[in-house]
Design a protein. Structure first.
Ligand code: SAM
Length: 235
């Protein structure tokens, strides 16, 4: 599958489940996703009036948390599936919130060099192929010392979880997702992307190779998800 076919497929999946996305997220993670995103934004570094980019922002749950925590900042919420952004719009229209919704591809960011304080990406990086192009763009737009904060599913390789987790991921989750969203492919696609994604230590190495420094990462909920943080080197 070439680059643009992949993009069309991903945007098609997310357009078809946009209406159910929040419900499915909360339901299938037993509400844990809310806590995971709150943990993610603890690592964001920005000044009071800074700019944070929420990449692959989807229905804006991370953007909302960012604005709640730092009411003065500007949030650039960027995603290439418009129905996802539209679905989330109401969540961020509280008093004074400064949010800019942008339909764009994470591999070609429409922002100038060194203009962003921090970038968040929750459950998005595994959808972007090739990831290197996104890293390159993120480094370009970040200010020196700016952070990339990633929240993503683990690979379920920890022995204690492997059996249950893989069964849940490959059987239960696609079934529930299919019944509710009526999209045959979307949740099998999710399981496939999680399985094909690097383990936490490999992802950290990948970030290092892409040029990030001071990388750290840790699991949440026994490794169901991981947070990875890296910094753009100072000039
Ligand atoms: C699983 S959702 C995550 C949404 C949100 N960040 C959250 O925490 O729920 C993944 C999102 O990534 C977006 N996406 C996938 N590939 C992308 C790309 N190349 N550029 C921008 N957005 C992309 C999809 O449209 C989708 O909204």
């Amino acid at each position: 599958m070439n680059r643009s076919q992949h993009s069309k497929l991903v945007a098609g999946y997310f357009s078809s489940i946009a209406g159910w996305y929040d419900f499915l997220n909360h339901f299938l993670s037993f509400g844990q996703d809310i806590y995971w995103r709150k943990r993610l934004i603890r690592h964001v570094r920005t000044s009071d009036k800074g700019i944070v980019m929420d990449l692959a922002a989807g229905t804006l749950d991370v953007s909302k948390e960012l604005l709640k925590k730092n009411p003065e900042i500007k949030v650039l919420a960027l995603d290439y599936t418009l129905p996802m952004l539209v679905r989330g719009k109401d969540k961020v229209e509280f008093a004074g919130s400064k949010i800019f919704l942008t339909q764009a591809d994470g591999r070609t960011l429409p922002m100038p060099d060194k203009s962003i304080d921090s970038v968040t990406i929750a459950f998005g990086i595994r959808n972007i192929v090739p990831r290197d192009e996104a890293y390159k763009e993120i480094i370009r737009v970040l200010k020196p010392g700016g952070r990339l904060c990633i929240l993503e599913f683990g690979t379920g390789k920890r022995r204690i979880w492997r059996g249950v987790y893989n069964f849940y991921l490959t059987k239960i989750l696609p079934l529930i997702g299919r019944l509710i969203s009526r999209d045959k492919g979307a949740y099998s696609y999710l399981a496939d992307t999680i399985k094909g994604f690097p383990a936490s230590d490999e992802l950290a190495l990948e970030m290092k190779r892409a040029g990030f420094s001071r990388i750290f990462y840790y699991p949440l909920s026994s490794g169901i998800v991981y947070i990875h943080v890296g910094e753009k080197k100072q000039d």
